[in-house]
Write a protein that binds this ligand. Structure first.
Ligand SMILES: [Zn+2]
Length: 155
């Protein structure tokens, strides 16, 4: 793995951390030339998972897309990018352990939400409003009320 900063070939592994269920590994590396640090993430790339959108449209699962969605919800909140990566890792593991290759986008949304709720309340709300695709404002209000109740229960 070449250094992304100076393209030097020799990098040292500082730390390796396995992802749940041996589905991949994350490595902290340090370039032996420029001394900058970076993280590599080795995962199975070709997961045959199809996401069924609310419209009925089917598209291939994209980690990148999910990562972007969660990051957007966490914009300017105190959530580390590491925490976001972990969240997506967890969701992916769940997805890979399912017996079917198709999943509804709203089911992925729910998996993310149950984890996001523990990280940041506002990020959770933001993600819900985008991902859950509420058909009207009334739906969203109801959702907010329910989640506020369950949040206060959790405290
Ligand atoms: Zn370097």
């Amino acid at each position: 793995m070449n250094c992304p900063y100076c393209l030097h070939e020799d990098t040292a592994v500082l730390e390796s951390r396995g992802l749940p269920d041996d589905l991949g590994v994350r490595r902290r590396r340090r370039c032996k030339k420029c001394d900058k640090r970076f993280t590599t993430h080795e995962v199975v790339v070709n997961i045959d998972l199809k996401v069924v959108k609310k419209s009925g449209k089917v598209e291939l699962y994209s980690r990148d897309k999910l990562l972007k969605g969660v990051s957007k919800a966490c914009y300017k909140r105190k959530v580390e990018s590491e925490e976001i990566e972990n969240l997506v890792d967890e969701v992916e593991c769940k997805l890979l352990n399912r017996k079917t290759v198709e999943i509804k986008s709203s089911d992925i949304g729910k998996m993310v939400l149950s984890r996001l709720k523990k990280l940041d309340e506002l990020a959770y709300m933001r993600f819900a409003s985008v991902y859950m695709d509420f058909s009207n404002a009334q739906d969203f209000k109801r959702f907010v009320l329910i989640s506020q109740k369950s949040l206060s229960k959790a405290d």
